[in-house]
Write a protein that binds this ligand. Structure first.
Ligand SMILES: C[S@@+](CC[C@H](N)C(=O)[O-])C[C@H]1O[C@@H](n2cnc3c(N)ncnc32)[C@H](O)[C@@H]1O
Length: 247
């Protein structure tokens, strides 16, 4: 039997209109689609009924597979001769473990392609009306993960407190207090503007603006839930003028 192929595909941050044409075509052609928690129901609904759909979720979920089992399932399905779409929220190469899954495919001799998606930073910034760079405010932007390790968020704080730089923090909600305190301790002015974008680009998007000093209280008062993205920097002040999307 001919070996199939795996397509590692980014689904974008939520709005199904942000799927690429290539992603949409592959979803119609796939024999099997393995998808994550962050891929919205609107996108899953675009997959033909006859296609095998496997939810592989996230480690916290009861109905999910550990990463090594996802990796071997991908290889096994391709070796059965199937066209396999591995569908991930946002972009598969940005905090998406896409690289780990491909390494296993290389070891197993399975061929693959990668289809980029709109990452949460780009999607949330656009739909919140916050340009991540702007000639007057920020000449660089950094994407970071706020994921906790041993109860602390390990980030190169001294490099992050930098003028004219926007910070975009993925998975920063759990460690928000530690992030806020560390940035202030390393010299960020307490009034630095911050935006929290919850469920960005979706019909349930909420955007809250605050300062690095007060952001924890704002998140708590509004019961912000995951998925949420933090945008920190002077560019956040443009949101008042440039917001266009109403969920
Ligand atoms: C495991 S990372 C995956 C990122 C994904 N690969 C990407 O490129 O957007 C998950 C985190 O991305 C962020 N995220 C993803 N989609 C989002 C959305 N629609 N709104 C806000 N944050 C989002 C959140 O910080 C979430 O905890």
């Amino acid at each position: 039997m001919m070996t199939g192929k795996v397509f590692l595909v980014g689904a974008g941050p939520g709005d199904p209109d942000l799927l690429t044409i290539k992603a949409h075509r592959l979803l119609q052609q796939a024999d099997v689609v393995l998808y994550d928690r962050l891929v919205g129901a609107d996108i899953i609904a675009m997959i033909p009924e006859a296609t095998e759909k496997l939810y592989v979720g996230k480690a916290k979920s009861l109905h999910s597979l550990p990463q090594d089992q996802i990796n071997s399932l991908l290889a096994r399905k391709a070796k059965e001769g199937k066209v396999v779409v591995r569908l991930k929220g946002g972009d598969p190469f940005i905090f998406g473990r896409g690289g780990e899954e491909l390494e296993e495919l290389v070891e197993e001799g399975v061929s693959f392609e990668v289809v980029p998606g709109v990452t949460a930073a780009a999607g949330c910034a656009a739909y919140a009306g916050i340009p991540l760079t702007h000639r007057d405010y920020a000449q660089s932007v950094r994407f970071l993960t706020g994921h906790l390790k041993d109860g602390t968020t390990e980030l190169p704080w001294d490099e992050l407190v930098h003028p004219s730089q926007t910070l975009v923090i993925y998975m920063g909600l759990t460690g928000l207090e530690s992030i806020s305190q560390s940035l202030i301790r390393f010299g960020m002015r307490p009034s630095m503007p911050v935006a929290i974008v919850e469920k960005g680009t979706s019909s349930e998007q909420r955007v809250f603006t605050s300062t690095i000093k007060d952001v924890v209280g704002v998140a708590q008062q509004n019961e912000v839930k995951s998925p949420a993205l933090l945008i920190i920097g002077e560019v956040v002040t443009l949101q008042d003028k440039l917001a266009w999307f109403s969920a």
